[in-house]
Design a protein. Structure first.
Length: 85
């Protein structure tokens, strides 16, 4: 079953990714799905920098990847760990 999701990316990255996907005979959605499958398929990656798609991402992105994260609040951490029990 397919599900819809809304994501936000740099406009230049989107245009390059669309062009790449089209050159490969894929939609952008399918390309993103394939990349996500690659990331989650092995479960061996403890850190985002260890995911073996870095070279591919570098080809379609401008400049180095920028990871924007923010610390979780105590409540969100508690909720997360409670959900894992």
């Amino acid at each position: 079953m397919d599900a819809k999701v809304t994501l936000s990316f740099n406009a230049a990255v989107i245009e390059q990714a669309k062009a790449y996907a089209e050159s490969q005979g894929l939609s952008l959605s399918r390309l993103i799905e394939l990349l996500l499958q690659k990331v989650i398929s092995t479960g061996q990656h403890n850190n985002i920098e260890h995911i073996p798609i870095e070279d591919w991402v570098s080809m379609v992105a401008e400049g180095p990847a920028e990871y924007k994260t923010k610390p979780l609040s105590k409540k969100k951490k508690k909720d997360f760990y409670e959900s894992r029990k």
